[in-house]
Design a protein around this ligand. Structure first.
Ligand code: CS2
Length: 480
């Protein structure tokens, strides 16, 4: 214990009033720093009985037990370059993990009469989709649909939990996706309906009629915690908080106003309930996340450890801004009242936050799940409109180089991706144009119409070759 460097905003509301009304699945760093902060803030301004049950499905049982030991209370620190704003979050009243508590405990929680909303941060791959529908060949889904045994995927667990609600004659729920997918609500609904339909078509009809799946745009940069950030939090707080999380000060949440029953007053905390989320989602996905992926692959190849390291290099900063304004912005239907250029400037400032130390290799994970909505959908529009897209081409080619697992100076780069085994095979068996052609056969990443375009494939081949001969910095400089 040492003296805290910063003041902590303590919990002012009576936690004993909270009942389990929200189940959050995927309770990791982002959920703590985003959804839980909105919820805690709403409780501070209007102390209701909306409590949260925090669940994780895969890793993380021990983390949840640690959180239980702290009574469910954890710290969120919002970091500007040299300042930290600390707040205690008190909205979690229970934690659940199938490996620790049994899957039936999770299913029973979904079937609890008090339950109203399931919020999800399960990452892109958690929806088990292929071309907008549930991927029936996904091994997890195949297993969950088999008659016996407990479901293990989020989709399987939610569908079976909803089955219990239907059988018990309870009301439907709202399932609110908070993942970086375009029309995340529509995709989530489709995945659950496809699963439910396989189980029992009557369940699918009930889910369709009684449940709601609003889309939402979520935004807050939240790097994974490291020993260094734990230490920073400990110094600021004057004690360690193993459940704590550090993030940027900025946050945004735009939610489609379509709920099956009551909704938490997240608007009190600044969330916007709107009729149409799509323009907000696409803007954020293409400008923020698209540029993040661009910086992650090209930055990591060039030896940049963090996003702020990229921003400190004028070549990367100029290229990032050009990607946003010249290649991504023209593909957008910008929400009324938003100036894209100022939005882009604000992103550059957020990316420049040196306190975050957001690793390029962290953002580089799951590229096969991220590239389609972040970069390939805009490229498709460019192909249709006959526009140039040199920076997006370098990003896609940069991803292919990154997937070989080595930076330009031969440093190891981790390839964490559901397609990692397939990609590793391509990387060992081939290189140069042959490797690019192999990567282009990944149908989960590249739509048939896009790879069918000669213009597309030749530009990706050319960008890959350019990175190979000139390296990242020279390739970016010649474009800027
Ligand atoms: C990042 C996002 O890791 C990634 O893919 O692009 O986590 C990003 O930091 C958030 O979407 C910001 O809201």
């Amino acid at each position: 214990m040492s003296d805290p460097t910063f003041q902590v905003q303590k919990i002012p509301y009576d936690r004993s009033m909270l009942r389990p009304r929200i189940l959050h699945i995927g309770f990791g760093a982002f959920a703590k720093a985003h959804v839980m902060v909105y919820h805690d803030e709403a409780l501070r301004l209007d102390p209701t009985d909306w409590g949260v049950v925090a669940a994780r499905l895969n890793s993380g049982a021990d983390e949840l037990t640690l959180l239980d030991q702290a009574g469910g209370v954890f710290t969120v620190g919002e970091m500007s370059d040299d300042d930290i704003m600390l707040r205690e979050i008190g909205s979690v009243i229970r934690t659940l993990h199938p490996k620790r508590d049994g899957t039936s405990a999770l299913l029973a929680q979904i079937a609890d009469p008090d339950m109203s909303v399931i919020t999800l941060t399960i990452t892109e791959k958690g929806y088990c989709l292929a071309n907008g529908r549930l991927d029936l060949n996904n091994p997890g889904i195949e297993q969950d649909l088999a008659a016996s045994g407990d479901p293990a995927t989020a989709i399987g667990i939610i569908a079976r939990g909803l089955h219990l609600r239907k059988t018990a004659g309870l009301a439907g729920l709202t399932v609110l996706s908070c993942d970086n997918l375009p029309s995340n609500g529509r995709l989530c609904r489709q995945a659950i309906l496809d699963f439910a339909d396989r189980l029992d078509p009557e369940l699918a009809a009930w889910v369709d009629a009684e449940c709601r799946f609003p889309s939402s745009m979520v935004d807050r940069i939240t790097p994974a915690m490291t020993d260094q950030s734990q230490q920073k939090l400990e110094t600021a707080l004057g004690r360690p908080d193993p459940n704590g999380i550090l993030c940027e000060p900025f946050r945004q949440w735009v939610i489609e106003d379509s709920f099956a029953g009551d909704r938490p007053a997240w608007n009190l905390a600044g969330a916007q309930f709107v009729a149409e989320v799509a323009p907000f989602e696409e803007m954020k996905l293409r400008l923020l996340n698209g540029t993040h992926s661009f910086l992650a692959y090209l930055g990591a190849l060039a030896g940049k450890e963090t996003i702020s390291d990229c921003m400190a290099d004028p070549v990367f900063q100029t290229a990032a801004k050009r990607l946003m304004l010249e290649e991504q912005a023209p593909t957008l239907d910008v929400p009324a009242g938003i100036d894209v250029s100022s939005y882009g400037d604000a992103l550059i400032e957020r990316f420049s936050n040196t306190a975050l130390r957001h690793k390029t290799t962290q953002i580089a994970s799951d590229g096969s799940q991220k590239l389609p909505q972040r970069l390939l959908a805009p490229i498709r529009q460019h192909l249709e409109a006959n526009r140039a897209w040199p920076l997006a081409a370098l990003a896609v080619a940069g991803w292919m180089h990154y997937c070989r697992g080595k930076s330009e100076t031969g440093e190891f780069l981790p390839v964490n991706d559901p397609l990692a085994a397939r990609i590793a095979e391509f990387a060992t068996q081939s290189d140069g144009p042959e490797y690019v052609s192999n990567m282009l056969t990944l149908t989960a990443v590249f739509e048939t119409e896009v790879v069918g375009s000669q213009d597309f494939t030749s530009r990706i081949h050319a960008a890959y070759a350019q990175l190979e001969t000139d390296g990242v910095v020279k390739s970016l400089s010649t474009l800027s």
